[in-house]
Design a protein around this ligand. Structure first.
Ligand code: HEM
Ligand code: MG
Length: 336
């Protein structure tokens, strides 16, 4: 059925550390048919009942769950959720799959929209993930043990057995270099340029127990990393981050090995900078490109409820990103 999207739920009233692997949220393994995907955070929330175990959720449920279960900061939670929903979700039913495409999000609204869930390559999910393979190799969403072995190797080499900010910077660089050298279709442009660095910060900022205060330096141990990345399982007695957290240290990760957005244009080792791609110095362009190069390509000519819900979700996204100087809202579908 067509749904009027309710807009984002409010921030947490109590936003400190607390036990989140509690009696009300025990781990339950996914049952046949339940959907899991490329995001270890959302998989964990679905396995612990913060999200529907089906793996199909509304944007409001995802925002509530990531705030409650990991203390993801309200702005970041809204920004990630509405970005993903606009390109991967069903805008008429207000449902998003956290993994593959499914009829559980409702009937398709017509090509060229994909409505393929978070597994969909290149509109939100992208290359150089830490524990999932590049789409070129076939499976861009399942836990990949070989890549996790590299995660462990780097955590040992640069973090004394813990994934911390130093490890994040080195592994981020290595995954990008591996992609350039081995994946003929390697692409680090559009929103993936930003999320690649953001996600590298999440393990030490949100997978570390909230009772530990020196988070970036303390880092994540490999037992708990395995639980969350591979099994979608909170560690025993896990407490969420001590304050609303959007991932910190992202610019430090970037500055350790700066790179410009680009892609392999002609096979491996042909990484070519895209002079028309947004980077950290052009946050407004990130927003306007996401609309003009990604969303409008999927929805060139929407009508009716679809158009209305696109306008509403684009409004939630604009509000979510926070004030960017000289970055007025864009209305590709007009206003209500
Ligand atoms: C990766 C979606 C929140 C942790 C991803 C990916 C997607 C995604 C699509 C795959 C991107 C890629 O690596 O190619 C979302 C959405 C969220 C959300 C829509 C909504 C709020 C979170 C939160 C955490 C988290 C709260 C941590 C507590 C991660 C990590 C990765 C990731 C660590 C990287 C996995 C890897 O590189 O192997 N997320 N996510 N995410 N997400 Fe989330
Ligand atoms: Mg990926």
């Amino acid at each position: 059925p067509a749904v009027l999207p309710p807009g984002p739920p409010p921030p947490l009233t109590f936003s400190g550390a607390k036990l989140v692997n509690d009696k009300a949220h025990p781990y339950k393994a996914p049952r046949p048919g339940d959907i899991r995907g490329p995001c270890p955070g959302l998989n964990t929330l679905a396995n612990h009942g913060y999200l529907p175990s089906s793996g199909v959720a509304t944007p409001a449920q995802i925002i509530t769950a990531t705030q409650e279960g990991f203390n993801f900061a309200p702005g970041a939670a809204r920004f990630a959720t509405y970005s993903a929903h606009l390109v991967d979700g069903n805008l008429v039913t207000d449902l998003l799959s956290i993994g593959g495409k499914t009829a559980k999000t409702g009937p398709d609204t017509g090509a060229p929209a994909i409505i393929g869930g978070l597994n969909t390559h290149s509109v939100f999910e992208g290359d150089a993930s830490m524990t999932r393979a590049d789409f070129h190799w076939g499976d861009n969403h399942s836990f990949n043990q070989t890549q996790f072995d590299l995660f462990v190797e780097y955590s040992n080499k640069y973090g004394g057995g813990f994934y911390n900010l130093t490890v994040a910077a080195e592994l981020r660089h290595r995954r990008i270099q591996d992609g350039i050298a081995t994946n003929p279709e390697f692409d680090l442009t559009a929103i993936r340029f930003f999320t690649a660095f953001g996600e590298s910060s999440f393990p030490y900022s949100m997978f570390v127990d909230g009772r530990i205060t020196e988070r970036a330096t303390a880092g994540l141990d490999m037992t708990n990393a395995t639980l969350i990345f591979r099994d979608g399982k909170y560690p025993k007695d896990f407490w969420r981050a001590p304050e609303p957290t959007a991932g910190f240290g992202i610019i430090d990760i970037f500055n350790a090995h700066p790179i410009k957005p680009g892609r392999n244009e002609n096979g491996v080792n042909t990484y070519t900078v895209d002079p028309d791609a947004a980077d950290f110095s052009t946050p407004c362009k990130r927003y306007t490109d996401f609309l003009s190069k990604t969303v409008v390509k999927l929805y060139p000519n929407p009508t009716g409820v679809l158009r209305r819900n696109l306008i509403l979700n684009l409004g939630f996204l604009y509000d979510a990103q926070g004030v960017i100087p000289d970055c007025p809202q864009v209305f590709p579908y007009g206003q209500l």
